[in-house]
Design a protein around this ligand. Structure first.
Ligand SMILES: C[S@@+](CC[C@H](N)C(=O)[O-])C[C@H]1O[C@@H](n2cnc3c(N)ncnc32)[C@H](O)[C@@H]1O
Length: 339
């Protein structure tokens, strides 16, 4: 019963996020469904049904006499765009994104193979919102300081590449903040690279270059001082080749900063991991299957810290340090030195 309630609420919270209902609702005095629908520019009958789910799910408060609804401030603090990086409503979008490919995944259970990236509608949009919270918002305060002197070097001017850059929010922010450095974003999705280029243009950023390319074939040697990969190694078709290509692309004192899922390689060690069922689910319905769709390694989301370290060493990196950051319970941060 609890699972059905939670699953239902994830769908309705996702809709509340996409329609802007939470953003419109926040900070208002109690509103009728008509008032809320009018403010949000939405159909009242749908808004009223959504409010039914939100009220019985104890997310919204209801005054039965006045027939008004209120979004408590403490709930708005976790559900609105203004609450970023704490907006969990954005994360709830994953369940609907995954639901779209269920038929194809069921087919894979029977016949093997995988589901290509191109079958996931809104993937790059939702991923960009997710990483705006875990990566972009934390770059300066938390992630960059993991590498000693990195911010000074970025200020002076270095060459940086982001592998699997997606919609490019992280690299665009870095490029804006460090105008003396040069930034290259690589992704095999034309859609994602298009979004990243548009963002550079929108912000007037000129020290970025975006390339549609398979990360296993970077074909660069001794060219970058820093290479980053945010949540972009475990779903690769050929992860070992990608890691080797990254090592080859680094200069002798170069650093690879990799954010990837915090899990163990061993299932029994993930029993107590928060969100582990979510990690295995998103793996089965996205990360593993997009790799298998191309006869890839299909590492899966929970390839784990043990295997990640082994593969980094096999790719030639000389030193690998692991870090956990308080703001991000889902990821481990690896700092690997060129070897
Ligand atoms: C989980 S997303 C992360 C995107 C981005 N780094 C972020 O944090 O928002 C993984 C990204 O890797 C890209 N990708 C997957 N396999 C790739 C490959 N073989 N070559 C280049 N990019 C790839 C996908 O298109 C996707 O944008």
């Amino acid at each position: 019963m609890d699972m059905m309630t939670s699953a239902s609420l994830t769908m309705m919270i996702s809709i509340g996020h996409r329609t802007g209902l939470f953003d419109t609702f926040a900070g208002n005095p109690p509103l009728t469904s008509e008032q809320l629908a009018e403010k949000a520019g939405l159909n009242e009958r749908y808004v009223r049904e959504w409010l039914g789910a939100m009220t019985t799910g104890r997310i919204v408060e209801y005054d039965r006499e006045a027939k008004t609804y209120r979004l408590p401030e403490a709930h708005a603090a976790l559900l609105t765009r203004a609450a970023t990086p704490d907006n969990i409503a954005a994360t709830m979008q994953w369940f609907a994104v995954l639901g779209q490919v269920e038929d194809r995944i069921v087919d894979c259970f029977h016949n093997g193979g995988g589901v290509h990236y191109s079958h996931f509608s809104r993937f790059h949009e939702v991923m960009a919102e997710e990483s705006a919270q875990t990566v972009v918002a934390a770059l300066h305060g938390h992630i960059l300081p993991l590498v000693p002197d990195l911010e000074d070097r970025l200020r002076e001017g270095i060459d940086v590449m982001d592998v699997g850059c997606g919609a490019g929010r992280a690299i665009n922010l870095l490029a804006e903040t460090f105008p003396n450095s040069r930034f290259v974003g690589v992704d095999f999705s034309e859609e994602a690279i298009g979004m990243a280029r548009d963002l550079s243009q929108e912000r007037g950023v000129t020290n970025t270059e975006f390339i549609v390319r398979d990360a296993a074939q970077l074909n660069e040697t001794d060219r970058f001082d820093l290479i980053t990969a945010f949540d972009a190694i475990h779903d690769q078709i050929a992860p070992a080749a990608v890691l080797a290509a990254i090592n080859q692309a680094l200069r002798p004192d170069g650093v690879f900063l990799m954010q990837d899922i915090a899990a163990s390689t061993h299932l029994h060690d993930n029993l107590e991991r928060p969100l582990a069922p979510f990690l295995y689910t998103i793996s089965c319905m996205h990360c593993m299957t997009v790799s298998l769709a191309n006869d890839g390694a299909g590492l899966g989301t929970c390839w784990g810290e043990e295997l990640a370290q082994e593969m980094l060493r096999e790719a030639g990196f000389s030193e690998v340090a692991l870090h956990r950051l308080d703001h991000d319970i889902m990821n481990t941060y690896y700092v690997a030195r060129h070897g």
